[in-house]
Design a protein around this ligand. Structure first.
Ligand code: DGT
Ligand code: MG
Length: 371
């Protein structure tokens, strides 16, 4: 109200896991701009810069009202000089020149198209872009041999780049639950990822599967994919087995922790509601189905709480929780376990609430984890 020394307008904790971050938040013009710069840094393979922009974006998304001027942000954590400059530009001009330039750059556009192919990561896309490949048509005539994932990615490109709706995720849930329960009665299927956080659309549908009797879940992925295949809905799949027992905690790079469950990256055929198909007919080419990316992850019940926390996301929220664990609590958190480096022992948990409590954090419900 008064000029001069004002009380801070906003306050926020520095780790994203210490606050609740809704989707989409009250500052979408700002957060969308920062997200473009984060994505661009990711596409350049510059992870440090990408994380810095993601942190700024998440901080702004957690604020409980619209930011009117950059002065209101004084004292807030996570906002570096670069982010503040972008925010200032957007507040003053309605958009950021850097963001506009980024979005219209041929590199950004090409990298988005190429990494939009399932099975193509930043490294591969960069190599292709260096060779002058900027479009799907150029890739197809380039003579490059594509691996099976990339071939499927190209084949279903349009479908896989059309966001999955909540209704579609629910329909896929029914299919997956039926398959899982027919091969292992009593197994539990939980929708994880962005949909568990309450997002209304996503790039894929993530499921976490477990069974109350430890051990019963072993080898489940193969049985489920065989079942889906026999029902004619499995368009593509690649399975990785559980390697956690072979080298538990510590061995190897910590970032590989999350990939050690038995897991299946798949593309499923979602048969669509006939009424909906009629409405979409012009652009879906009369096909009564669409392809959807589905991830199936199998966890033993003893690790389920950790797996659920790890597979609910968001990626930044997970990253911040692990950073908090290491730097503030001297603990190591993964999707499998929590290790206390001071007590030199694992801390068990049978719910997400217990994991937050072990870490000395206030519980954040899934809808608040949209960092
Ligand atoms: P989206 O893009 O709408 O599907 O959004 P999300 O939040 O569902 O993102 P998604 O599906 O990529 O991943 C969900 C969570 O699962 C994510 O927060 C972290 C975990 N996760 C998924 N894939 C991987 C992976 O390959 N490595 C690791 N470390 N974590 C993963
Ligand atoms: Mg997802």
């Amino acid at each position: 109200e008064q000029q001069g020394v004002e009380a801070p307008v906003f306050s926020a904790a520095s780790y994203a896991c210490q606050r609740s971050t809704p989707q989409p938040g009250h500052n979408t013009l700002l957060t969308d701009s920062l997200a473009v710069l984060a994505e661009s840094a990711e596409l350049n393979g510059d992870e440090g810069r990408a994380v810095a922009f993601r942190r700024s974006e998440a901080l702004l998304r957690s604020l409980d009202r619209r930011v009117q001027g950059v002065a209101e942000l004084r004292g807030l954590p996570c906002l570096g000089e670069h982010s503040r400059r972008v925010i200032q530009d957007v507040l003053d001009n309605g958009k950021s020149s850097e963001v506009e330039e980024t979005k219209s750059s041929s590199r950004y556009k090409a990298m988005k198209v190429l990494t939009g192919i399932f099975g193509v990561g930043v490294k591969t896309a960069k190599r292709w872009f260096t060779e002058g490949i900027c479009s799907l048509a150029q890739l197809e005539t380039s003579g490059h041999t594509l691996n099976p994932a990339q071939q499927a990615g190209l084949k279903y490109y349009a479908d896989l780049n059309q966001p999955v709706t909540r209704d579609e995720a629910d329909a896929i849930s029914v299919t997956v639950e039926e398959a899982v329960c027919s091969v292992l009665p009593g197994a539990q299927v939980t929708l994880a990822g962005g949909f568990r956080r309450g997002k209304t659309s996503g790039h894929d549908v993530d499921f976490l599967i477990t069974h109350p009797d430890e051990g019963k879940e072993e080898g489940l992925v193969h049985k489920v994919t065989a079942c889906l295949e026999s029902r004619g809905v499995l368009l593509y799949h690649q399975t990785t087995r559980n390697t956690y027992q072979e080298s538990p905690e510590g061995a190897g790079r910590p970032r590989s922790n999350m990939d050690r469950f038995e897991r299946c990256f798949s593309i499923l055929k979602l048969v669509q509601d006939p009424v909906q198909v009629e409405a979409d007919q012009t652009d879906s080419g009369c096909r009564p189905w669409r392809a959807v990316r589905v991830d199936l992850v199998v966890s033993p019940i003893s690790q389920f709480a950790f797996a659920l926390l790890g597979w609910t996301g968001s990626k930044l929220f997970e990253r911040e929780m692990r950073r908090w664990a290491v730097h503030e609590k001297s603990m190591s958190l993964s999707s499998h376990a929590l290790y206390d480096n001071n007590q030199k022992r694992y801390l068990t948990a049978s719910s997400e609430e217990e994991i937050f409590a072990h870490l000395g954090l206030e519980y954040v419900s899934p809808s608040g984890r949209n960092a």
